[in-house]
Write a protein of this length. Structure first.
Lengths: 617, 359
């Protein structure tokens, strides 16, 4: 079966969808949209068009990446460009649809942007600060197409990369991937083409492809969004890889906590089967391939290749020493090639558009683009894709819009729990694999958590350590006991019980854990401690020597008092104190009973700013 | 990974091929296919290790046998790295020993320090490593937290407070016994040895063979009543016909312990529950027969072997060959069973012979 006819039909459908006879309404329904109420909005749209004299088609789409203003609703009105509306709630649906579809008022006040052009007061969507600097390759279709509509995928060029690959020899396909300079997006940045070649050349009667969709870093959601919004970009990459390597079986290992991604993947796999893209004789060639989904139980360490293989085989998910590498002996002892979700999506783009286009972006050793999830103290949280080499400054202040509430930037944590904290002095750092490692952090899968002046860096290190302590597989000593030791010390420091020798202990132990742990989890676990020690040593010093936490986050080190002269006795704090530590008559100044107070800081938050009577010491 | 159970039986015979490597400047010959740790230990060069055991597959979890190998990045573990012709290994650079020492300190910080009351005192492998590395005291914060002891097995207990999670017991139960009664449970800080579903040992499919106890480097898996015998005597287990080679430990004229003989060709040190924990009771049981008995009109009467055997011989002579069957006791050794079947086939002339050496 060739895709010629199917693609032609799909293009007709896509054309008609974008230049419709009647309005087309799309609701962004990836998990992020759902979490902010997209389901209610979707229902409201259905209700509204059934009540108003509106004849429109309603679709779902994925996530555009603008998490800060979800849910999004897009409307394509005949003769008009597609317009995206942000921060939709059910109550806004009726006014929006009646104003725009019945009365020709496109509600510029609620619009995020119009696709590809300005439209009255509505800016071009691709010129808004969040999107202007982005370059979308892996995320080319997210929020654009209906992820469950195979025709949308085909019309946008889906599987043209596979068609091209099947016309080449496997070695030529690998050459192309090598030429693109693509490196793994799952964290370690291993050159993808080189890995494929190792696996292709490995001896074995059967070989496996694994797609790593475990995505265990807290704060990272790139892979989830991609799978929910454009599963075919990933599946096409997997098929290309399987052909290049000579694998006839593949597994997508995905955490069970991603039910929507699993559902959309399952639908997409069904579509592949129905279109002759899975099974025997794919696109009338001798290439045969089968793909199954295996659900993981959500252990961070199962994202590590050898642990993942153990988990797929039904064993305890612990890493094993290498060699042998998975490319020689992986799943069921067969040569196995593991790549990350985003890597696969880049593969399909490279095969469709050519290596040159990909490698023209990026820096010396880091080609192409990288997706990041922006989270924490940043105005525009969301999912972005930028060319490698862009500075942290541009990402955080340009795309992300900087820090909310006029607070000062303090640090950005990259690489997830095994990454590091990068301070303001390094904001001009070009983001690529090498530069981040040099700064003591690493790329990881692309989580970025922005921290502001209210974050205590010792507490941040402690927080990430508590994650690795719980998520280490528990196998090797430096990781299991070393992180426990670091956590114990950090906890004591945040409670004001640290001592000066802890600097050396943290540093020595951190180095030792990095050098002697079995897998990347342990090797990276000390990074939050080592980077905060290097860049924010004065915070550790004030905790240890002065028992003071500047940011006021370490509860044991702060206490709250009420300044009698400023207190008007309004009683707000008294009512809000969860442990009833505040006493005082109405109209008379209040006092905090320090024996009862848990330093939660509620009183400071609720005391009206014009009084400003509560202070932290 | 295929379980490499008995190097003696299924291990590759690599002794005829050797490679030359240098360890700490000393050139040694090592069997091809050996690991760096095996090569070093074989050449009398000690590298600290805890999770390694010659009976078991390498796990690489204690991170004590880290070494530096010319041309390799970082500190690979000697137990998981195979020797290669011309390899140059360094077992004690400054930074390397520092890291190893930190790992040891981490174990010590997480281990109760009541060695004097531990049954493994002086035979404990953790102590041995500490002595070798000259570590006399803990330098880190104690991370010991009380753990549940599983004492539901009739013969031994699992005292998790002492466990260093080397995984030797779980690998033993998997690779040697093929029982998989115990395994590593949970993860991270909460990892512990136990039975699936956090059940107790007595609820598991444990055979109580005690192999795990034998392989535990510290005092975590221990007999309920650990005894150090005055003398040990090498002998053959009399519980069944397999003929496992054992050491019987005796104190005060009584059998107190049984230990498998690792040199024994039959069992390579392994024992079953009856051999390891049943012998002393069975051999010393008051009801045990100590002489032959002959039944007369008044019942069973103690007799001498001569009288008993003559009676048997006389009676046997009155039957034709196929009217006789010989069934030696289950406790008979393999060699004695062989002789009994010779008696049946060659002397009496019958094939009616059986034995229930299937304990
Ligand atoms: C503790 C740990 C967790 C990991 N988690 C993930 C993950 O969630 N997703 C992922 O793609 N790679 C993860 N990796 C990286 C994988 O081991 C592996 O390098 C990657 O999947 C290879 O694909 P790539 O070359 O396309 O990046 C993790 C590694 C470690 C050590
Ligand atoms: S480093 Fe941590 S996660 Fe990796 S094998 Fe060791 S204990 Fe397990
Ligand atoms: S019980 Fe003994 S053998 Fe088992 S993991 Fe613990 S220390 Fe190792």
């Amino acid at each position: 079966m060739s895709l010629l006819k199917a693609r032609f039909d799909a293009q007709v459908e896509w054309e008609a969808f974008n230049n419709p006879q009647k309005p087309q309404i799309l609701i962004g329904r990836a998990t992020c949209g759902e979490a902010s109420g997209a389901k209610d909005v979707y229902q409201a749209v259905l209700d509204t068009i059934s009540r108003l004299p509106i004849d429109a088609d309603v679709h779902i789409t994925g996530c555009l990446g603008t998490c800060y203003c979800e849910p999004l609703v897009d409307i394509i009105k005949p003769g008009m460009p597609r317009i995206s509306y942000h921060s939709m709630i059910a109550e806004k649906v009726l006014p929006l649809l009646s104003d725009y579809l019945l009365n020709d008022n496109p509600r510029a006040d609620w619009a995020l942007g119009a696709w590809g052009q300005t439209c009255g007061d509505i800016p071009n969507l691709f010129d808004i600060p969040m999107l202007a600097q982005q370059k979308r390759i892996a995320l080319r279709n997210i929020g654009v197409i209906d992820p469950q509509n195979f025709n949308h995928c085909l019309a946008r060029g889906g599987y043209s990369g596979l068609e091209r690959a099947l016309g080449l020899t496997p070695d030529e396909v690998i050459d192309e991937i090598e030429k693109s300079g693509l490196r793994g997006r799952g964290g370690a940045g291993f050159p993808t083409g080189h890995k494929w070649r190792l696996c292709r050349n490995a001896k074995g009667d059967s070989k496996y492809i694994v797609c790593n969709a475990d995505e265990g870093d807290p704060g990272a959601f790139m892979d989830r969004a991609l799978l929910e919004s454009d599963p075919h970009a990933v599946l096409e990459g997997i098929l290309i890889g399987a052909y290049a390597i000579g694998a006839n079986n593949g597994v997508i290992y995905i955490r069970a906590e991603y039910p929507l991604a699993i559902k959309r993947l399952t639908i997409a796999i069904e579509q592949l089967k129905n279109n002759g893209l899975l099974g025997e004789h794919i696109l009338d060639t001798d290439f045969a391939f089968d793909l199954t989904i295996v659900q993981g139980a959500g252990a961070f360490v199962c994202g590590e290749g050898t642990a993942m293989i153990a988990s797929i085989e039904g064993k305890r998910g612990t890493p094993r020493p290498r060699p042998p590498f998975s490319t020689e002996s992986g799943l069921w002892g067969k040569p196995t090639n593991i790549n990350n979700v985003e890597t696969w999506a880049c593969v399909s783009a490279i095969m469709a558009k050519g290596a040159q286009q990909f490698s023209s972006l990026g820096t010396g050793k880091s080609k192409g683009t990288k997706t990041f999830s922006l989270a924490g103290k940043i105005k525009r949280t969301g999912l972005i894709e930028v060319p490698m080499g862009i500075s942290l400054q541009e990402i955080i202040f340009g795309i992300g819009g900087g820090i909310p509430n006029n607070k000062a930037f303090k640090a950005v944590q990259t690489g997830g729990p095994t990454g590091g904290c990068i301070p303001e002095s390094k904001l001009l750092l070009p983001v690529d694999f090498e530069a981040l490692i040099e700064a003591g952090s690493y790329m990881g899968s692309g989580g970025m958590v922005v921290l502001d002046e209210d974050n205590c860096m010792v507490e941040i290190a402690r927080y990430f350590l508590s994650f690795t302590v719980a998520e280490s597989c528990g196998k090797c000593i430096p990781c299991r006991l070393g992180t426990r030791q670091l956590l114990t010390i950090l906890t004591e420091i945040t409670q004001g019980n640290g001592n000066v020798s802890d600097f050396d202990t943290l540093y020595e132990l951190g180095k030792s854990i990095r050098l002697s742990s079995l897998c990347g989890l342990g090797q990276g676990a000390p990074n939050p401690v080592l980077t905060t020690l290097a860049y924010f040593r004065e915070e550790y010093e004030s905790h240890i020597k002065e028992h003071r936490c500047q940011a006021g986050e370490c509860r044991s080190l702060v206490s709250y008092t009420i300044t009698a002269e400023r207190c008007k006795g309004c009683g707000i704090c008294l009512r809000q104190c969860p442990v009833s530590a505040i006493k005082g008559e109405k109209g008379h100044s209040h006092v905090i009973d320090s024996a009862k107070c848990t330093s939660c800081g509620n009183c400071l938050e609720v005391c009206p700013p014009r009084f400003g009577a509560v202070c932290r010491v | 990974m295929p379980a490499t159970i008995w190097r003696g039986l299924s291990g590759v015979d690599t002794m005829n091929q050797t490679v030359n490597i240098t360890i700490d400047g000393k050139t040694i010959k090592a069997p091809a296919g050996a690991t760096v740790l095996e090569a070093a230990l074989g050449a009398g060069i000690y590298i600290p290790n805890l999770c390694y055991h010659p009976d078991l597959s390498a796990s690489g979890n204690c991170r004590l046998c880290i070494v530096q190998i010319h041309g390799m990045r970082g500190f690979p573990t000697a137990c998981t790295t195979s020797v290669v012709e011309g390899m140059s290994v360094n077992t004690n650079g400054d930074e390397l020993t520092g890291v190893r020492r930190n790992n040891l300190q981490l174990i010590i910080a997480n281990h109760p320090l009541d060695c004097l009351s531990c049954f493994k005192n002086q035979r404990c492998e953790l102590q041995r490593v500490a002595v070798f590395m000259g570590v006399k005291e803990g330098k880190l914060r104690s991370t010991v937290s009380p753990q549940v002891t599983d004492d539901t097995n009739p013969f031994f207990r699992l005292k998790r407070d002492y466990c260093i999670l080397c995984g030797r017991c779980t690998r033993t139960c998997d690779e040697i016994c093929g029982v998989n009664a115990i395994e590593m449970l949970h993860r991270g800080d909460a990892t512990h040895v136990g039975v699936f579903g956090d059940k107790m040992l007595f609820e598991s499919n444990c055979h109580s063979c005690g192999e795990c106890v034998e392989h535990c480097p510290v005092g975590a898996l221990a007999p309920h009543e650990p005894v150090v015998p005055d003398v040990e005597t090498k002998t053959t287990c009399c519980y069944c016909a397999t003929g496992c080679s054992i050491y019987l430990g005796v104190s005060d004229g009584k059998i107190k312990t049984v230990r498998g003989n690792r040199e024994g060709q039959v069992n390579h040190g392994q024992l079953c529950v009856k051999g390891r924990y049943g012998i002393s009771e069975f051999v010393q049981h008051p009801d045990r027969l100590r002489t032959p008995y002959i039944r007369d009109k008044e019942g069973l009467q103690p007799a001498t072997w001569d009288d008993a055997l003559s009676l048997v011989a006389r009676k046997l002579a009155t039957f034709s060959a196929d009217e006789v069957a010989i069934v030696p006791s289950a406790r008979t050794t393999n060699e004695d069973v062989y002789v009994a079947q010779k008696l049946a086939r060659a002397v009496i002339g019958t094939n009616n012979v059986d034995n229930c050496a299937r304990l």
